[in-house]
Design a protein around this ligand. Sequence first.
Ligand code: ATP
Ligand code: MG
Length: 263
Amino acid sequence: MAESTKTGVDLANQDASANGRKPVVVVDDLHVKYRVYAGGKPVKGTGRSLLKRSGGGIREVHALKGVSFTAYENESIGVIGSNGSGKSTLMRTLVGLTPPSDGAVYASSRPNLLGVGAALIPDLSGEKNIQLGGLALGFSKQEINGLRDNIVQFAELEEFIDLPMRTYSSGMQARLKFAIAASKQHEILIVDEALAVGDQRFRKRSEARIREIRENAGTVFLVSHSMKSILDTCSRVIWINKGVLQMDGDPKEVVDAYQETKK
Ligand SMILES: Nc1ncnc2c1ncn2[C@@H]1O[C@H](COP(=O)(O)OP(=O)(O)OP(=O)(O)O)[C@@H](O)[C@H]1O
Ligand SMILES: [Mg+2]
């Protein structure tokens, strides 16, 4: 198995077409295969081994089939495609959560997946989760205390911040997660469908924040099924279709071509 994301790489010489722009992520002939155990009954008496099953067998899902592109500083790249086309797989590979089966990902710094979600605990209050999420992002306790009011304000959760997070609606949870993650100026930020559950006003503010991160020399990947969000936010769009990079370029052109296939 190939190594996962190689970070801290000097990418300046990796791409001749850079035109002086600074490449921050290079994806080179990336393949990802999942091995899934399909059907079959567990064999009795094998105890904890899930691998031994009668019938069924191992199925391989080839989720990404040779994807290559280079992302540059200051770009916000929309990632579109039908359900199951491989968008989330690509994003998880960029942050090193899913290893490539073949090919490689090089990054100038470790990309952050907007998913402080993993670090948060539903039974704890919003307040405590801000601390946890902040620590997960690498902030010190003092830094978190300094950011706390902004996070609560951005999420508009003033009245609810002392309640357990499990009592929040899905939109409120998404706000809190976004507000925590976006409190940091990321070099490479990945947002996978996080905006989908927010209401329109929150979506607008989130999109504005994404643009701000990008303007401050960050690179943002935004995975979304909302073509409006993509067109409002992105400077470039990548269309993944059945694990293959179908198109990469101007947002309007790529979105139009994608929507044409949906008719
Ligand atoms: N953990 C996993 N184990 C096995 N197969 C997986 C796993 N994650 C994804 N897949 C498979 O990989 C393919 C790509 O899935 P992925 O989640 O990347 O799609 P997606 O483009 O993000 O879809 P959506 O728009 O629904 O979010 C699908 O066929 C899916 O079934
Ligand atoms: Mg997905």
